[in-house]
Design a protein around this ligand. Structure first.
Ligand SMILES: Cc1cc2nc3c(=O)[nH]c(=O)nc-3n(C[C@H](O)[C@H](O)[C@H](O)COP(=O)(O)O)c2cc1C
Length: 251
């Protein structure tokens, strides 16, 4: 994985990068069936935060082994995404392992994060929650979340519906928590725009599908490079949630 910036350029620090001792305020966002330990380790080497969905490793023993393997390879902070709705039957074991292994960041999605936030209190693990609107953000702030991921319109995977130009400044103003900008960011221009809107960092998924370390086939990676903005389709027909996809991409 190549860093976004040449090594000699100055570090770019925010409350988020300082919280996790990162060189750049960027997260390689968790992607189901795409981000695994290889991508997390490469992100750590590049000075950004690597993350992966806990469900990418099953059974639960494989998840524990993956976290231990990454922790052995790097001292950098890493993140794990846990789906907190009850449909995720491995949820409680995933939380146990993330806390036991000292994972620095748990990212919650799809459900109420109360249990994770309560269990992480007093540990070194911080909890950031995916949110798509102000109501979600205020709820998780009141539960004690350490930060927000503003999933805006255009984000890969399960997208929000609100423009980042509105969502990011509004969440920052209303909650004063660190906000990571998720959706449509592919380079330094996008990062600069996110920071200008008040975000504390960029949470980048789709671009990293095309990285060497993503564990998907070459055609899928090439489609990310070849396709253009007109090829993206927004639909809820895949799993009932609103999302974006490249209809011809092979997975
Ligand atoms: C293929 C794919 C799979 C994803 N899977 C997950 C997931 O399992 N859990 C999660 O919290 N977010 C998931 N996301 C969302 C990303 O973590 C992130 O919010 C999003 O990719 C940011 O928008 P971008 O793709 O425009 O950079 C996924 C995104 C993509 C593109």
């Amino acid at each position: 994985m190549r860093p976004f910036f040449r090594e000699e350029r100055a570090q770019m620090q925010t409350d988020f990068s300082r919280m996790f001792d990162l060189t750049y305020p960027i997260v390689a966002a968790p992607m189901f069936l795409v981000s695994t330990s290889a991508l997390v380790k490469a992100a750590a080497e590049a000075g950004i935060m690597g993350t992966f969905p806990a469900l990418n490793y099953r059974p639960i023993e494989a998840f524990a082994a993956a976290v231990q393997d990454i922790k052995k390879a790097t001292k950098a902070a890493i993140g794990v995404n846990i789906i907190v709705q009850e449909a995720n039957r491995l949820r409680d074991q995933q939380i146990d392992i993330a806390l036991q292994e000292g994972v620095e960041l748990i990212i919650t999605s799809l459900g109420n994060p109360r249990t994770v936030i309560e269990r992480a209190k007093g540990t070194k693990t911080r909890v950031f929650c995916d949110v798509v609107n102000l109501q979600h953000a205020e709820k998780v702030r009141d539960l004690g979340a350490d930060g927000l991921i503003a999933v805006s319109h255009g984000a890969g995977g399960h997208a929000g519906t609100i423009s980042p130009f509105v969502l990011i400044p509004r969440l920052r103003q209303a909650t004063s928590l660190p906000v990571l900008a998720a959706g449509n960011i592919v380079d330094g221009r996008g990062l600069a725009a996110a920071l200008a809107l008040g975000a504390s960092g960029a949470y980048i998924g789709t671009r990293f599908i095309a990285s060497e370390e993503a564990e998907v086939d070459a055609d899928y990676k090439q489609s990310i490079v070849d396709y253009d903005m007109e090829d993206i389709v927004s639909t809820h027909k895949v799993d009932g949630f609103s999302g974006q996809l490249y209809p011809h991409a092979t997975t």
